[in-house]
Design a protein around this ligand. Structure first.
Ligand SMILES: [Cu+2]
Length: 182
């Protein structure tokens, strides 16, 4: 019987963690190029395909300042590596954070001579976060509690299960508030 309750508890934990993962609208920081950072000799097309970017995520460009920079540009400027026009915004701190605020495509290049042609160019397509979950961010309603007139051992078990369920629910909601800050 003890293993049964352990199983129930594990199931409840997994269930609510998956709920949490689905409904939590936490943004993610992505270091461009991962350990390689923003540098020559990396393939940012391959890198960008490893991830699904959603609205609110942040790209972090890490590099040695002056050696490189980050220009957010139009698609044409990205394609032709010509930063004489089509520049939306420029960055140069070496630890640039760019929030992907809209569900659209973003284009970045390094404007140091030759670097864009050498591969320092990144295009990311940002998906809409709300479209990925059916309900749209809400937390599932708790089902109505079982009636308290359940007699004998069965009733006691139901109540115990119900208590555990409520405990998990409160714990999950607490975590949700803590993680998402909502
Ligand atoms: Cu560069």
């Amino acid at each position: 019987m003890a293993s049964h309750f352990l199983l129930t508890r594990t199931f409840a934990a997994v269930f609510f963690l998956s709920l949490l993962a689905q409904h939590c609208v936490k943004s993610t920081d992505y270091t461009v190029g991962d350990a390689d950072g923003w540098n020559t000799g990396s393939n940012y097309l391959l890198w960008s395909k490893e991830y699904n970017f959603t609205v609110g995520d942040v790209l972090v460009f890490k590099y040695v300042p002056v050696q490189h920079n980050v220009y957010q540009v139009t698609e044409a400027t990205y394609r032709f590596c010509d930063s004489s026009s089509g520049v939306v915004k420029t960055y140069g701190t070496g630890n640039d954070r760019v929030t992907l605020a809209e569900a659209t495509s973003y284009w970045f290049i390094c404007a140091v001579a030759g670097h864009c042609q050498g591969g320092m160019k990144l295009g990311v397509s940002v998906g809409d976060q709300s479209s990925s979950s059916g309900g749209g961010g809400g937390v599932a309603d708790a089902p109505s509690p079982p009636t308290e007139q359940g007699s004998g051992a069965a009733g006691g078990r139901v109540m115990r299960w119900w208590n555990e369920w409520m405990m998990m629910m409160c714990l999950s909601l607490g975590m949700l508030n803590w993680v998402c800050g909502i």
